[in-house]
Ligand binder design. Structure first.
Ligand code: ADP
Length: 493
């Protein structure tokens, strides 16, 4: 528990917010305490001072020529003094002895009177003092020296009042202010801890969940409590887990599919190689030997194309795909690809329709081998997913009026088609909509990436049982954008 408070977000909050709040509250409390004590003390001092200031006018009406007359006048003053309740008045003779008090009690001679001493030595004849009496009582006092008309000191009047009540009040108010301050800090701490917990707890849960997902446990689910950013994070982690699970599943399927695809030609090659070994003993005839050789060559090329496809995919994934771009005639590349597949279509009893256009086409800027690879992949798919007797039609279109800067290659088949729910995903890597037919599930992903690298596009329309149309769109060569001379361009994706 303590660990949570000394690290991470909690620690940062404590250092930034809480320290600022505590500092402000402490400063406000200190300020208020100072102000309260100042107000009380100033009020007491003002009361004493105003009484003291009155003295000069009050004694004008009394006779103060000598100490004797001063004493008589003082007695009269004390009797008439209005604030007897609030303070005590002492009448002091010229030698500093207390002669009379308003309380009537005989004062303790040993009590300190620093205010009298400072009044005697000061120019204005006034002295002030705050301190403790011998009894420990906290008091404040003001003394004014009374002089006669010749300026001779005849005595002094001292006002003294206890500060105990005032101090008690200041203490009471201080306690209330401090308690309110501590309460504010406690509320801020509690609200902060509640708020931080509402972040830290789900974040910790998400972090545990992410660790489990990293170890391949996709069954964990995020407990979404809040409909806010944290809630969105829970959703995002949940989606990520679902996607990762799907990708993991696709990866496993992919590995088993590829292994299967590699094993089939390898088994055929091995089988025929063993059979042909017998040739050395003269046990097989020429026709069987030639059939075996054909199978070995055919299956080896199949293996090569599978490995090429895998290598391309790996290059695309790691961003090492290199395009050898040049100005080229796309029609020639398409012709060549169709020609390569003609025999296969005939042997599979599928109609490969392709009318080579009479017109010439503007050049495009691209990598001839990669573009041929795209054509091969798309027409191969069309043949693969079309049953015997079906039709695969290939068209190359250049509409100078409608789309003067584009050439389109359209491959239409009358095959099984793709279900609408699979259609948006077939261009994703490893995705196979049709599990019955052999294939790694990366052909379309690679073709799509190559088209994107050529600033073109690969669009698929399909209907189940109707067939599929793949449209490849190429931008034509533009001498402002594309260089005129053949050159090698390295494209990192
Ligand atoms: P595969 O190696 O499985 O053919 P692709 O990436 O080439 O992988 O294609 C992905 C999926 O798209 C295929 O598994 C298939 O379900 C679907 N597909 C592609 N082309 C066609 C087509 N012409 N007709 C029907 N389905 C197709």
């Amino acid at each position: 528990m303590l660990k949570h408070f000394t690290k991470g977000i909690t620690k940062r909050w404590m250092l930034s917010n809480l320290s600022v709040v505590v500092t402000i509250v402490v400063l406000v409390i200190a300020g208020l305490l100072f102000a309260v004590s100042d107000v009380y003390n100033t009020t007491v001092q003002q009361t004493l001072n105003s009484a003291c200031n009155e003295l000069s006018t009050v004694f004008q009406g009394y006779k103060t020529e000598t100490s004797g007359t001063f004493m008589n006048s003082s007695r009269e003053y004390i009797e008439n003094f209005f604030y007897k309740e609030k303070m005590e008045i002492m009448v002091i003779n010229a030698s500093g002895r207390i002669m009379m008090t308003s309380t009537g009690f005989t004062p303790d001679e040993d009590q300190p009177m620093p205010d009298f001493d400072s009044a005697s030595s000061s120019e204005d004849g006034v002295g002030r003092w705050s301190g403790n009496l011998k009894s420990g009582e906290n008091v404040t006092a003001v003394t004014r020296i009374i002089t006669n008309q010749n300026g001779i000191c005849v005595g002094a009047i001292r006002y003294i009042t206890s500060l105990e009540t005032v101090n008690g009040r200041i203490l009471g108010i201080s306690l209330v202010i401090t308690a309110v301050g501590l309460l504010i800090i406690a509320i801020v701490v509690m609200m902060g801890i509640y708020f931080i917990r509402s972040i830290v707890k789900p974040v910790n849960e998400l972090s545990d969940m992410a660790k489990k997902i990293a170890h391949g446990d996709f069954s964990v689910t995020a407990n979404k409590k809040y409909d806010d950013e944290i809630g969105e994070l829970c959703d995002a982690v949940k989606d990520m887990s679902t996607d990762l699970q799907a990708t993991d599943q696709m990866k496993n399927d992919f590995i088993s599919r590829v292994s299967h695809e590699l094993r089939t030609p390898l088994t055929a090659i091995k089988g025929w190689a063993e059979t042909m070994q017998l040739n050395s003993e003269g046990k097989i005839d020429r026709a069987t030997f030639e059939k075996g050789m054909n199978v070995i060559i055919k299956e080896s090329s199949r293996l090569t194309s599978i490995v090429e496809e895998l290598l391309d995919f790996s290059r695309l994934q790691s961003g090492r795909m290199v395009l050898m771009n040049e100005k080229l005639d796309i029609l020639a590349e398409l012709d060549e690809t169709v020609y390569m597949l003609k025999e296969r279509a005939i042997s599979e009893n599928k109609h490969l329709l392709y009318d080579e256009p009479e017109t010439t086409f503007p050049p495009v800027y691209g990598d001839r081998n990669r573009l041929k690879q795209v054509f091969l992949n798309i027409i191969d798919n069309a043949l693969k997913y079309t049953p015997a007797g079906g039709v695969v039609a290939i068209q190359i279109i250049y509409d100078k009026k409608q789309e003067p800067d584009k050439i389109k290659v359209v491959v239409t088949d009358t095959g099984c088609g793709i279900a609408p729910e699979d259609l948006p995903k077939v261009k994703e890597k490893f995705y196979k909509a049709n599990q019955k037919v052999n294939g790694s599930g990366i052909g379309l992903a690679v073709a799509d990436e190559i088209m994107t690298l050529h600033n073109g596009s690969l669009d698929i329309e399909s209907g189940v049982g109707v067939g599929t149309t793949v449209t490849l769109t190429f931008p034509i060569y533009n001498e402002n954008k594309n260089p005129d001379i053949p050159q090698t361009e390295v494209v990192r994706i």
